[in-house]
Design a protein around this ligand. Structure first.
Ligand SMILES: [Zn+2]
Length: 377
């Protein structure tokens, strides 16, 4: 079956990149007309992996959406649908700020969905399988969900349909600009993300589905694309955009080159960590950078004093090492704490410093920078 571009609908998907360690054999394509980056094959449903670490970014994001809602809420009494409510961080904050709001939560992951049960009318389902009445919601909140959908254009059009006239869409998605990070080592094009938006392709998709952008993504935020849009109800076709196509191709080739260069330095990062082990080394962040350090850098995680991750509390271990929350840091008393996260590094470093006063705190970017210099010498 022929796959058409999800944004412009044309038959112009061009192979751009083959991700590493893809369990389902995905490839990344760029539409040669509009520049949307998309993975094929598209699947609507994949069982959750036991060590699913992909969605961690989500729990940091609700304050941004809530602040936007305070700026734009039609009144205190509105009807909101939270698409991909996950652990209900947004709903909890919402109930607090707007006690009169009426909420509907959609979350397909039964392991986390129940947390929304007392905050909202909960549907343990995927948004594509639900059919709400037209014009019945004032607000839709969708955070780090759209990139997982097989057909996001279709779902955005349905969002416009179920919103009241002038209703609000608060949308948040990962930003492909993050692939340009100088210290990128982890595979960014993971199996679960079928779409890889830039500010341009995301806003165009939202507009084409029948919305007007009232707050565009912040160009300084390289990690996330957060926007606020208002329903207009008029959907339209998407014209070609040669400049976006060039940028998409350029981004992917820069990413592949930087990542491969950085991966070569990982064994030296592992070596430095092992050399520090007698002082006691804790790692904060057991996500994809940690995985890459173990798998590519040959780092032996058993040498760690502690492995900390507040966002993977449903997972007991990672690469054979027990995972703990930040509260375990004080008792472990490491001499060194290494922050292995993509984003939020300064906040985590500050928190780690409070938990273990006197510990040396090192960001991954600095470790990698030193390892690259060592290799170059
Ligand atoms: Zn296209």
């Amino acid at each position: 079956m022929q796959d058409f571009c999800e944004l412009c609908g044309r038959d112009g998907l061009t192979l751009a990149y083959a991700p590493e360690h893809s369990h389902r054999g995905i490839s990344v394509y760029v539409c040669c007309y509009c520049g949307l980056v998309q993975s094929l094959p598209r699947i609507d449903h994949e069982p959750h992996a036991a060590n699913d670490a992909v969605r961690f970014g989500k729990s940091f994001r609700y304050p941004i959406a809530l602040a936007a809602l305070k700026r734009h809420a039609p009144s205190d009494h509105f009807r909101v649908i939270d698409v991909g409510s996950h652990r209900s961080d947004f709903l909890i904050a919402l109930t607090d700020a707007f006690p009169a709001a009426e909420a509907v939560a959609i979350e397909p992951d039964e392991r986390v969905a129940a947390s929304a049960a007392d905050k909202a009318e909960l549907h343990v389902a995927r948004i594509e399988s639900l059919k709400f009445a037209a014009g019945t919601f004032d607000v839709i909140h969708s955070c780090h969900t759209i990139e997982h959908l097989a057909h996001p254009s279709r779902v955005l059009k349905d969002h416009a349909r179920i919103l009241k006239s002038g209703g609000l869409l608060l949308l948040d998605a990962p930003n492909i600009a993050l692939t340009q990070a100088e210290d990128i080592v982890e595979e960014w094009f993971v199996d679960k993300h079928l779409y890889h938006f830039s500010a341009r392709t995301l806003t165009r998709m939202v507009e084409a589905a029948g919305f007007e952008i009232i707050e565009a993504p912040d160009p300084r935020d390289r990690e996330n694309l957060f926007l606020v849009a208002k329903k207009t109800g008029t959907s339209h076709a998407v014209d070609p955009d040669p400049k976006e196509v060039d940028q998409a191709v350029e981004r992917i080739s820069t990413y592949a080159a930087t990542r491969s260069h950085n991966a070569d330095a990982l064994p030296a990062v592992a070596e430095e960590l092992i050399a520090m082990a007698p002082k006691g080394v804790a790692i904060w962040g057991a996500g994809r950078i940690f995985d890459t350090l173990v798998l590519h850098g040959g780092f032996d995680p058993k040498k760690l004093t502690a492995l900390i991750d507040p966002h993977l509390t449903h997972v007991a271990e990672r690469h054979g090492v027990e995972l703990s929350g930040p509260e375990a840091l004080a008792a472990a008393a490491p001499g060194v704490i290494v922050v292995l996260t993509r984003g939020g590094t300064d906040e985590i470093a500050a928190r780690a410093g409070t938990l273990v006063p006197g510990a040396e705190i090192i960001a991954f970017a600095d470790l990698l920078g030193r390892a690259r210099l060592k290799r170059a010498a």
